[in-house]
Design a protein around this ligand. Sequence first.
Ligand SMILES: Cc1ncc(COP(=O)(O)O)c(C=O)c1O
Length: 432
Amino acid sequence: MKAFTTIVPGHTNWSQKNKMKELFNEYVKSIETYIMFQIKQETARLTPELEAKGRSPIALAMGAPVAPPPELVYQKLIEALKIPQIHTYSTPKGENFYLEAIAKRMKNRFGVELDTKTEIFSLIGSKEGLANFIRALINPTTTDSEKDIILVPDPGYASYTQIIKTNGGKSCGIPLNKENKYMPDMNKVWQQLQNDGINTNKVKAMIINYPSNPLGATCSLEYLKHIVDFCKEKQIWLISDAAYCDIYFEENKRPHSVLEIEGAKDIAVEFYSFSKPYSMTGFRLGWVCGNADAINAFGRLKSTIDTGLFKALQKCAAEIINSKEGDDYIKQANLNFKNKQNIVVKGFRELGWEIKDEDIPDATFYIWLPIPPRYKTSQEFTQDLLKTSGIVVVPGSAFGNNGEGYFRLSAVSTDEHLQEVIDRMKKDGFHF
Ligand SMILES: Cc1ncc(COP(=O)(O)O)c(C=O)c1O
C-alpha cells in the first residue's frame, strides 16, 4: 500500500511508474475507460471551442433521463433520513422491507412469485449486479482456448463484453438484426458458433436484454420460452437484463419478465434497475431475482465486496415502487419519451434518413440509425457530429461488431434540445 501511494503524479520517475503499472493484472491492462466516460472526457475537452462557436454540447450519449425523479422519492428520502439508526450498515442482501416491496412489484407487474429469503438480492445499480454475477461465473484465465464463454447480444450494452473481459472470460455475440427481428433462433446461433470453431462446451451463460439497449427492440413471450428451453437444454445460466422493462409505448406491447415462463427459475436470473423508469440513475438502486442457487452464490461473493445499500435509499425505493405516484410517473415519462422519439424521427426523416414506421422502437428512449454512407466508420461520423455541431451520440461500434455502420442517440434531453439538434444538423450540412 505504501508503494502505491508513491506513484501519485509528481512523486515518482518514469521507470518506477512503469514498473508499478506492470503489477496490475492482464485483464485490467487490456481494457480502456468505459466508452461513456471516454465520450464525456472528449466532450469536456472540446467544450470551450464548441461554446465559442455557438455549439454548446448537447448530450445524447448516456441513457440518463434529464427529468427529475418523482417528488415522492425526495419526500420519502427526507423522512427516512430522520429515522433513528438509519445511518448504520444495511446488509448486502437488502432490508426486508425492500425485498418485500420488490416481491410485491414482481407479483403485481408480472404475476411472478418470489421468496424474499432466497430469490431476491439488492444491487448498487444493475451494472454492479451484472458485473458481480459475471465475476461469480467465470474462472479467470489468460489462455484464450481455456476461457469461459458468455453469449451476449450484438449489438448490446457495451458493459457486458468489458465485464466479461476484465474477469478473464470471453464473450461471443448473438447477432441481432432486422432479418431475425432481433429474436434469433438460438439453435442456429449455437450451430454457427461451432462452425466458427468456438468450443461451445465453454459456454456458461447467455445474456438477453429486452427491451434492448441500443436497439429499443422488444421480444415476444414465445421467444422468451424459446430462450428458456434452449438454456435448459444446454444447461447454461440465463441472465436477463430487464433494465428497460418499464419504458414502453403501447399497453399491448408491454415487456415481459423471463420469470413468467414456467420453469424459468431453474436456470434464470433477472436484473432490474430504478435508474431508467424513475429517472434515478444517480441513486444506484436495483435488484436481481430468480434462481435461489444463483442468488446464493452471487450473494456470497457480493457480501465480501460491499455492505449493501444505504437504508434511507432502500426506504424511498420501497415506497415508490408500489405507489400510484410511481406508476403515474412512469406513464407520464413514457408519453414524454414517445414525444421525444417523434421529434427525433421527424427531424431525421427531414434530414434524409429513411425511417420506416415498423422500424420505430416500441420501447426505450434509444434511437438506432445508420450513419450516412459517405462516412467509413461510425466513429468517424460521431466525431464529426461532435466537433462540428456539439451533438454527442455514441458510435455503433461501441455496442459490438454488428453495431458498426450505426449510431445510437438517447432521446432523453429536453424537447427544445432535441429540436436544436435537428436545427443544428440542418444548418451545419448534415444529411443522410
Ligand atoms: C442494458 C443496460 N443494463 C444495465 C444498465 C445499468 O443501469 P444501472 O446500473 O443504472 O442500473 C444500463 C445502463 O445504461 C443498460 O443500458
